[in-house]
Design a protein around this ligand. Sequence first.
Ligand code: AMP
Length: 279
Amino acid sequence: MQVCLDNQQMTDVVSTWKIQGQVIAFVPTMGGLHAGHLSLVHQAKANADKVVVSIFVNPTQFGENEDFDNYPNTLEQDLYELEACQVDAVFTPNKEHIYPDGFTSHLKAGSLSQGLCSNARPGHFDGVVQVVHRLFEIIAPDIAIFGQKDYQQLLVIKQMVAALSLPIQILSGAIVREQSGLAMSTRNQYLSIEQKQQALKLYQVLTELKQETLNGRNLATAIQDAKTILSQDFKIEYLSALDANTLKSITDNTSKIAILCAVFLGSTRLIDNIIFNQG
Ligand code: AMP
């Protein structure tokens, strides 16, 4: 496994592969790897000849009072895990490589970035599209894989790729969960044992909401009841049922529903979602 510390090393590796006609899949991460990230790596391996994983905690997608300074850094363990998965190259740039002096990006996230996470994290998706676009420029992958865990992010990236006609296929990976149902997240490290127990309720409530919807229960009422239940343990940022393709209100034309939530458990922000076909 090649560890590329700067842009030049990364582009050299990729150029050699391109000359050989190898198909390259890319998995961007912020490190603190867990089985969710590794599932994307396995998907990448199944779909390409060569796999690149980046580890970069992108400052521009964090708000002022967020956890950028304390974001878990487990680089040594991450590299060990990626080597075990037979990843071909890991890109671990620093901030100056991604945002060299004088670099400014005018790229703005598209319409799908509005609402949901953006309400509490204004500018977050602008930071996401800027870093992902920059990584795409350096790595020039054929395929890039993103988790459904960050569903709005996935749609925002797909929208960017379509709008800019980038020759990159975007694949999505299913949410990997703990046995308890809790969606795996680097931020779960912040949770105490007791909080992890409370956190299960999130997926239970999402699953019940899905079932109730399929049973024909009025979604607005079901969401209201779910909020009442969740508010016993969490501070709710949002809990919404939307058209999974447009992230707008559900209409008669909606074929796929997304129930999405962001909550705080103590000071830890958790997001989760469930996507299903309209019954
Ligand atoms: P992050 O390191 O949090 O930026 O995540 C890197 C990628 O891993 C993103 O595409 C996430 O959506 C994805 N990811 C994070 N958690 C999970 C999970 N539990 N299951 C599947 N993919 C995930």
